[in-house]
Design a protein around this ligand. Structure first.
Ligand code: C2G
Length: 435
């Protein structure tokens, strides 16, 4: 019996895939199809896959062309599989010609002519694009968003409206009128001082436009509930932009800790600092870094802390250049240091009853962390590909949220509300000690 194997993502199964499978099957008597896992696809840069692994495997099985369907999960697995399944022929489309010649050491390698004129990414892009308008003057965030959106099938940046009139972006159209921009888009990305974004969020939601907004959503706690309700009433997405929340590494870290890998979480120490790069950015430490620090605490301990103490140092203009918040939870403590003008080690340490998590600086661009135990030989290291600081994954999640109607999968509403409450307490000088 001649055994054949082939691999692929097989997203949105189409005639090009079917033709490949038919010809692969004709090469032998038994065909195994390896479907790539979500994690492996992301690791190799395929971030736009629409269907789940389960859906893609089911679709292959439904063709009746595969005798066996397996999951491809890691780099180099093909060699393992060829030996494990005693494969005679490896085959793949001609777009990969040459890339798998190294497999000739183990079996015959056959590249089959790729079917022209169809691809999963074209099918994904043909789906109605989401037209996105940009609002704000946080140039760094906006430029990164524009660059990262190019990697996301189905996202189209239409233009920018900057209420302050500064910071043109050559590559995209500038709108002088907010309402005109609003009328030409499906969604907005808002990157501005959170004291100013409320009216833009409200207008957008009232016009049934989806909103992705740099955190905090609002600095006034009384408004956050109103905005979420407005989003619900208008069947829109209001999603918070804390890019770390959408990185694979951080979401896996949460699962590992919650599954008990380090036992009970007793303490969390989170630091995010920068020396002021952008003098025009007057948000201060808590507004610009606080959401990251608070995300790293609330993701593991929840938001039901018993009390908090806020320590802050202001500059001569009254902006906080350093803020530390200590939290006391039932059975745990947490400390967050954020600074825009003071430098420290930007690491995240989560201490537990069986071990601890160490995420090296800059932890908020999480692509690597360690779970350390008492004996160094028991330590485990985790690495997850992170492209572009994770912003492209956030945009993919935003588009998926718009399609599924669920925007709080990565950042719960409780966390969004508590972030705003802490901003409100800080601005209201509640429990704040000035250094
Ligand atoms: N294919 C084809 N014609 C197309 C599109 C795809 O023949 N118009 C082939 C590809 O060459 C591949 C298979 O169909 O052999 C699956 O294609 P994808 O789902 O795009 O997956 P890809 O990432 O190309 O898979 O490690 C090998 C890769 O996983 C190959």
């Amino acid at each position: 019996m001649k055994k054949v194997i082939t691999y692929g993502t097989y997203d949105m199964l189409h005639k090009g895939h079917i033709r490949l499978l038919e010809r692969a099957r004709a090469l032998g008597d038994y065909l195994i199809v390896g479907v790539t896992s979500d994690t492996f696809d992301r690791a190799r840069g395929k971030i736009n896959v629409k269907q789940s692994l389960q859906e893609r495997m089911e679709a292959i099985k439904a063709t009746g062309l595969a005798d066996e369907v397996i999951v491809e999960e890691y780099e180099g697995q093909k060699i393992d599989d060829i030996r494990r399944y005693d494969i005679d022929i490896f085959t793949v489309g001609s777009d990969w010609r040459g890339k798998f010649d190294y497999l000739k050491e183990y079996c015959e390698v056959c590249y089959l002519e790729r079917t022209k004129g169809i691809s999963s990414s074209e099918l994904r892009t043909e789906e109605r694009k989401i037209r996105i308008g940009l609002i704000g003057d946080l140039a760094s965030e906006i430029n990164k968003f524009v660059n990262e959106s190019k990697y996301v099938n189905g996202a189209e940046v239409v233009g920018i409206y900057n209420p302050l009139g500064t910071g043109k972006i050559d590559t995209i159209q500038e709108f002088k009128d907010f309402d005109v921009l609003l009328s030409t888009v499906d969604a907005l990305y808002i990157a501005m001082n959170s004291f100013s974004s409320y009216r833009f969020i409200k207008s957008a939601l009232k016009c049934k436009k989806h909103v992705l907004v740099e955190s905090p959503i609002t600095m006034e706690y009384c408004k956050i509930e109103e905005l979420f309700q407005l989003a619900k009433d208008n069947k829109c997405i209001l999603m918070e932009s804390i890019k770390t929340a959408y990185s694979l590494a951080f979401s896996r870290l949460i699962l590992l800790v919650k599954s008990g890998m380090i036992g009970d979480v007793i303490s969390i120490d989170s630091t995010c600092t920068s020396l002021r790069k952008n003098k025009k950015d007057k948000r201060g430490s808590l507004q610009s870094w606080g959401p990251y620090g608070l995300l790293s605490i609330f993701s593991f301990l929840g938001t039901n802390y018993i009390k908090k103490e806020i320590y802050t140092k202001l500059d001569c203009e009254g902006h906080d250049i350093f803020t530390k918040i200590n939290f006391y939870f039932d059975g745990a403590v947490a400390s967050m240091k954020v600074a825009d003008g003071i430098k420290s080690e930007g690491e995240l340490i989560i201490s537990g009853s069986k071990g601890y998590v160490y995420v090296p600086a800059p932890w908020w661009k999480t692509d690597y962390f360690e779970i350390r135990q008492e004996h160094i030989e028991d330590n485990k290291r985790y690495f997850y590909q992170l492209e572009g600081e994770g912003i492209r994954y956030m945009i993919v999640c935003f588009l998926k949220a718009i399609k599924t109607g669920r925007g709080d999968f990565y950042i719960s509403k409780d966390i969004s509300k508590e972030v705003s409450k802490i901003m409100d307490d800080f601005c209201g000088k509640k429990n704040v000690v000035y250094l």
